[in-house]
Design a protein around this ligand. Structure first.
Ligand SMILES: NC(=O)c1ccc[n+]([C@@H]2O[C@H](COP(=O)([O-])OP(=O)(O)OC[C@H]3O[C@@H](n4cnc5c(N)ncnc54)[C@H](O)[C@@H]3O)[C@@H](O)[C@H]2O)c1
Ligand SMILES: O=C(O)CC[C@@H](O)C(=O)O
Length: 527
């Protein structure tokens, strides 16, 4: 049974599939402090949050069972991603579900600031009939500058066009083609600052976007410009904005987000008549909250059940076309790593993986993760697909990959070499139509066996009678041999014997085998 903790208010309708799942138990405990979370998180397999819960390294350290943190929304700035990766916890979000809600809130804010609706409302309900103070401006024929043209920024642009606005957009990933398609002129942040009547930001908060609109931009803005932030506090420099309102450059601003949330009562936005504010409501619609909760619950179940998933924030996304080519190799890759990891003596220095044939022209990085995870499985506790590359990097273990279109006799071949001070171990595997996964090389020896069950790997000299004596010794100790393969490079030279056995051979039997005159060493491997 998987235990899921929901620590923020999240739509019950959206997480209904978690309540319905027979293998999941859901606890809803919104509003816990960090200490309270630390005290209970140890029993949970999954944590589901919105933006209130700050998922700190301390919480993750206290969570040995935690496999996944689900964020019902886009921004994951309340989750320490580095710590999650280090602990092998997958972080997933729901990037699509609140796009329209946030876009519509941006528009609501833009129209409100254009027509001073909140200020006019306040006066009207207090009994004043003031028709002079609230002469607004139209959106039509005005220029809207959008910084950040992703999901929300693009939807805002589409709606702005319908209102008859001209749109200038800035986004390092916005191509001219796409800009033209949505009717947006490309410009820099400063082009936007100089030309826009309204400026709205739709980026995440990063080192690059922090204060991307600051004193230098306010200094070149047109008088009467209006500023909207429904993305993240800190993208627009709050103090610089207040100064630009005071000096008459900015006519009004509409903010849904703050550098510190909730803002203190003394925050300069809260008593400035030109600034309207909402308490981070961009995604707060019934529809968006249901959408994000459904999306994140679906993904959460996939991860808990070890099924493929797509929206991991701390693992690179894998396009469906790449996934369909690679998925059949995941098992083979992990087993190659697992065997090579067990064969390697001493600390691993380097892992070299080469992909050939069918795999020559695919992005094989996701497959490399499986291999690296396999190599370390027997050695590092808590290794998984999320932290495999991180674990290698933090231990200064180089992982290099090569790709080539030539394979010799095989249509596809994955070869891995694990290097240590004590020597290199090389394994190659392939997927054979009709036969499935096969290991076709161990070090210099050609072999052919399915990587399953208990394996005995016997290095020996190629002399008559060895196979018989191994068979007799195992048989007399009730160890049944399912398959046997011998690989050698020259007659009478060194050779390797790979046996698949029905149960693990006792230690004494291994010791007895090693005493045989022509046997060099015996390794028992589990897969
Ligand atoms: N107020 C709310 O409730 C609410 C709701 C949803 C999202 N958000 C915020 O809105 C942001 C945008 O959401 P989205 O779904 O459109 O995300 P998105 O990832 O689709 O778009 C973000 C865009 O920002 C661009 N970007 C990154 N760095 C940039 C830079 N230095 N300059 C210009 N552009 C840059 C990216 O290229 C991307 O296209 C989220 O990061 C989140 O912080 C707020
Ligand atoms: O959970 C919320 O309401 C905020 C969501 C929003 O900030 C996001 O990044 O998706």
């Amino acid at each position: 049974m998987f235990k899921v903790l929901v620590s923020d208010p999240i739509s019950d309708m959206g997480i209904q599939m978690l309540y319905d799942a027979s293998d999941v138990e859901v606890d809803k405990k919104p509003g816990l402090s960090e200490d309270e979370l630390v005290a209970i998180i140890g029993e949970y397999d999954a944590l589901l949050v919105r933006s209130q819960t700050k998922v700190t390294p301390r919480i993750m350290e206290a969570a040995p069972k935690l496999k996944v943190i689900g964020r019902a929304g886009v921004g994951v700035d309340n989750i320490d991603l580095q710590a999650a990766t280090k602990h092998g916890i997958v972080v997933i979000n729901a990037p699509d579900g609140n796009t329209i809600a946030t876009c519509e809130h941006t528009f609501a804010m833009m129209m409100s600031v254009a027509r001073s609706i909140p200020q006019a409302y306040k006066k009207t309900v207090s009994g004043e009939w003031d028709r002079k103070s609230f002469v607004g401006v139209e959106l039509r024929n005005k220029t809207l500058g959008i910084i950040g043209m992703g999901r929300i920024g693009s939807e805002v642009a589409k709606r702005a066009k319908v209102f008859g606005m001209k749109v200038i957009g800035y986004d390092p990933f916005l191509t001219e083609d796409r800009a033209e398609k949505i009717g947006v002129k490309l410009g820099t942040v400063n082009d936007i600052a100089a030309a826009a009547d309204f400026i709205t930001v739709h980026t995440p908060l990063t080192n690059e976007t922090r204060h991307i609109v600051g004193p230098a931009q306010f200094a070149i803005m047109k008088k009467g410009v209006r500023i909207i932030n429904c993305a993240r506090g800190g993208i627009i420099d709050e103090n610089a904005l207040v100064a630009a309102i005071e000096n008459g450059t900015v006519a009004g601003a509409a903010f849904d987000v703050f550098e510190q949330e909730p803002p203190q009562a003394s925050h300069p936005f809260l008593n400035n008549p030109s600034i309207i504010v909402t308490p981070h409501l961009g995604a707060s619609t019934v529809e968006a909250q249901e959408n994000v909760a459904i999306d994140v619950s679906e993904e959460l179940l996939h991860i808990l059940r070890n099924e493929p998933f797509k929206n991991a924030v701390n693992m690179p996304p894998v396009p469906a076309t790449v996934m369909s080519k690679l998925q059949p190799y995941f098992n083979l890759g992990e087993k190659l790593g697992l065997i090579a990891g067990q064969l390697t003596e001493g600390p691993v220095n380097e892992i070299v993986v080469s992909y050939s044939g069918d795999l020559a022209d695919v992005d094989t990085n996701p497959l490399t993760r499986y291999i690296v995870k396999g190599v370390f499985t027997q050695h590092l506790e808590g290794i998984n697909l999320v932290n495999a590359m991180h674990m290698a990097k933090t231990r200064d273990i180089n992982v290099t990959t090569q790709q080539s279109s030539t394979t010799g006799t095989f249509t596809n071949l994955v070869t891995i070499t694990v290097k240590s001070k004590q020597g290199d171990r090389t394994l190659a595997g392939t997927l054979l139509a009709g036969y499935g996964e096969r290991i076709v090389r161990i070090d210099q020896y050609p072999v052919d066996f399915a990587p399953e069950g208990s394996l005995l790997l016997i290095s020996h000299n190629d002399k008559p009678g060895i196979i018989g004596s191994v068979g007799t010794l195992l048989g007399s100790n009730d160890v049944n041999i399912a398959t046997m393969q011998v690989g050698r490079t020259i007659v009478g030279g060194s050779a390797i014997m790979v046996l698949t056995i029905d149960k693990t051979a006792p230690k004494e039997v291994i010791a007895e085998l090693e005493k045989q005159p022509e046997i060099v060493n015996v390794r028992q491997l589990g897969i």
